[in-house]
Unconditional design. Structure first.
Length: 63
């Protein structure tokens, strides 16, 4: 899925940035050496990051 049309950031890039420590959309764009243009992607990226972080937290709690 494409999250950011302006910067061509897809789910794989968001997932990679999150696994490398990104906590929000701004962190994801920074890790991709990009900046917000229109900003329409912020919510989509933030939601994906939150989903991944929650999944990771739940997996760690289950161990």
């Amino acid at each position: 899925m494409i999250h950011c049309i302006c910067n061509n950031i897809n789910t794989a890039k968001v997932d990679l940035a999150t696994s490398n420590g990104a906590c929000c959309a701004a962190d994801v764009l920074k890790s991709c050496n990009m900046k917000f243009n229109c900003g329409q992607c912020r919510i989509s990226i933030d939601n994906r990051v939150a989903e991944l972080r929650l999944t990771k937290f739940n997996l760690e709690a289950a161990e």
